[in-house]
Design a binder for this molecule. Structure first.
Ligand SMILES: *[C@@H]1O[C@H](CO)[C@@H](O)[C@H](O)[C@H]1NC(C)=O
Ligand SMILES: *[C@@H]1O[C@H](CO)[C@@H](O)[C@H](O)[C@H]1NC(C)=O
Ligand SMILES: *[C@@H]1O[C@H](CO)[C@@H](O)[C@H](O)[C@H]1NC(C)=O
Length: 516
């Protein structure tokens, strides 16, 4: 039965099972940190502008001088020469002469969770020799974007790339016109598969879903997120998942065009800047200028209220902020937030506090990014707004985002559409020289995996190290800098093989990559 409440199933935290789910979900659904808050009326206005918390480090960081050697090292492309995408995945076993029937999936979550669901849906259709109906993307109660698959992804490209692997239809065939979201929402239906276990095996689908398809001609699977195992899958199924994620899924042309415009404005700001328009043809004057020329960093920053409250850490906004976050925890999770039994210091030293924009600025400065670095902020709303971002901006005055780089006319087609906004950020993130993700979650996982596949540099902040360093108030800037550089040497995108239970989309080697 597809109860109405299922459609709000992402509001896990409000339910009676909240406590148990808070324990379990981070492993199952990294998007636990989706900010549900915005679905609720604004509870309080707590603003005292947060002050910098690490003022002595900040003072030094603002005057940082970075050696050419350090900068060259930082911008040097990644060198994972040996492992490359398995070039042009061959098609899988031939299409069956006759399809077993139709597979339909309804996908919850934000764009990146849905992306994984799409890849898994193709895999399941292959396992069952079924025809896939283009997946239905549910409207997430928080993001509220009703964009369809075809409004986000290039559907003809998708079908064409996969044409020798599975058959795909754009629409529900006429004879199954009744098999809709509304149909499943109103009663128990024989064609609905509601009980797919998390990380189900290929056999589970053959045993439980194939009979439904054989009896009724169609099976609708919902929920479907994280419902196909990563381990013990036939190699051709793994390869097919890679092919979907890395080759078949391309954004619609207008998203790519806007993404390309942003990337080019980040790379060649002088070509587009009115103020400086005479300079761009001139010789680049010194080597320092040259280091970053044409290059940019994407910073993915999630620091929203939901995440701040859920972490139970102290973010320096004083009593008013702490009170507001405690109240928020009470309202949303009835106070059942595991972290709140620890002190801020304990949480920090375990690396369990989201980095604030100020802390990320200090991290980037210590790593060797100077104040001429072009930084693109791929970000959802930041808790505290500009007041909280201003410290980061003071360290990186050339910080940009979609709004600063593109006119409102250019952004008209994506305005207010969370999935399309996320798609543009994803696209720009994929094209950056360096990607830094300061927030775990689905976007982080998807982009990190995709960049690994493309052999691109990605810096993964060590939260535990940074937590400990920030706790030590006697640390000088040179000490901080050295510890940061040292602690991030092996966190720049070096290939890490997927371990058991880990996602093939986050760790594409060795399943999607071949040793050249
Ligand atoms: C960058 O830092 C240098 C030296 O610390 C300073 O002279 C310069 O004004 C800064 N540039 C910007 C754009 O803030
Ligand atoms: C799917 O088709 C392949 C080859 O056409 C066949 O070997 C396999 O047994 C079929 N599987 C199912 C579940 O029908
Ligand atoms: C703080 O850093 C200083 C300088 O590196 C070090 O001597 C001291 O032991 C650190 N304190 C703690 C509590 O880690």
């Amino acid at each position: 039965m597809r109860q109405q409440s299922h459609y709000h199933s992402h509001n896990y935290r409000g339910g009676a099972m909240a406590a148990a789910l808070v324990l379990l979900l981070p492993f199952l659904l990294p998007n636990l940190f989706t900010p549900f808050s915005h679905a609720l009326p604004s509870i309080l206005s707590e603003w005292n502008a947060p002050k910098p918390r690490h003022s002595s480090l900040l003072k030094s960081a603002l005057q940082r001088q970075i050696s050419d050697e350090r900068q060259a090292d930082l911008w040097m492309p990644l060198n994972n020469e040996q492992w490359k995408p398995c070039f042009r995945f061959q098609s899988t076993s031939p299409l069956p002469e006759k399809s077993q029937g139709y597979i339909q999936v309804f996908l919850d979550g934000g764009l990146n969770q849905q992306r994984m669901g799409i890849c898994d849906a193709v895999a399941v259709a292959k396992i069952l020799n079924a025809t896939l109906i283009i997946p239905h993307l549910e409207v997430n109660p928080v993001w509220k974007d009703s964009s369809t698959f075809m409004e986000i992804f290039d559907v003809d490209h998708f079908i064409n790339v996969l044409k020798d692997d599975i058959s795909i239809v754009k629409e529900l065939p006429d004879e199954y016109f009744w098999s809709t979201r509304e149909y499943y929402a109103t009663a128990i239906r024989a064609t609905r598969v509601k009980t797919a276990p998390v990380h189900a095996s290929a056999n589970w689908y053959s045993e439980n879903v194939l009979p439904i398809i054989q009896s009724y001609g169609i099976a609708a699977i919902a929920p479907f997120s994280h419902r196909l195992a990563f381990d013990n899958m036939p190699e051709e199924i793994q390869r097919l998942r890679c092919k979907v994620n890395f080759q078949a899924l391309a954004f619609v042309p207008h998203v790519r065009a806007l993404g390309d415009a942003l990337v080019s404005r980040l790379r060649y700001p002088r070509l587009t800047s009115e103020v400086d328009s005479t300079n761009y043809l001139g010789e680049v004057s010194d080597s320092k200028d040259k280091q970053g020329t044409g290059k940019f960093v994407v910073l993915h920053l999630r620091f929203d209220k939901d995440m701040a409250a859920h972490s139970a850490c102290d973010f320096g906004g004083g009593k008013a902020e702490n009170l507001a976050l405690a109240k928020y925890r009470q309202v949303i999770w009835q106070g059942r937030v595991l972290n709140s039994q620890f002190t801020d210091e304990e949480l920090r030293s375990q690396g369990r506090c989201p980095l604030t924009p100020e802390e990320i600025g200090l991290l980037l400065a210590a790593l060797g990014f100077d104040n001429s670095t072009r930084l693109y902020l791929a970000s959802h709303k930041v808790y505290g707004g500009e007041a909280r971002i201003s410290t980061l901006r003071s360290l990186f005055p050339l910080m940009e985002d979609k709004k600063s780089l593109a006119s409102s006319e250019e952004r008209a087609q994506i305005k207010g559409k969370a999935s399309l906004l996320a798609a543009v950020d994803y696209y720009v993130s994929m094209h950056s020289d360096i990607f830094v993700s300061a927030s775990p979650g689905n976007m982080h996982n998807a982009v990190v995996g995709h960049r690994t596949y493309g052999n691109k540099k990605t810096i993964r902040p060590s939260m535990a190290l940074l937590g400990q360093l920030f706790l030590n108030k006697s640390l000088t800037w040179p000490e901080f800098q050295e510890a940061v550089v040292e602690g991030h040497k092996s966190r720049q995108g070096q290939l890490r093989f997927r371990k058991s239970r880990q996602s093939i989309y986050t760790y594409p080697a060795p399943d999607c990559m071949c040793n050249a």
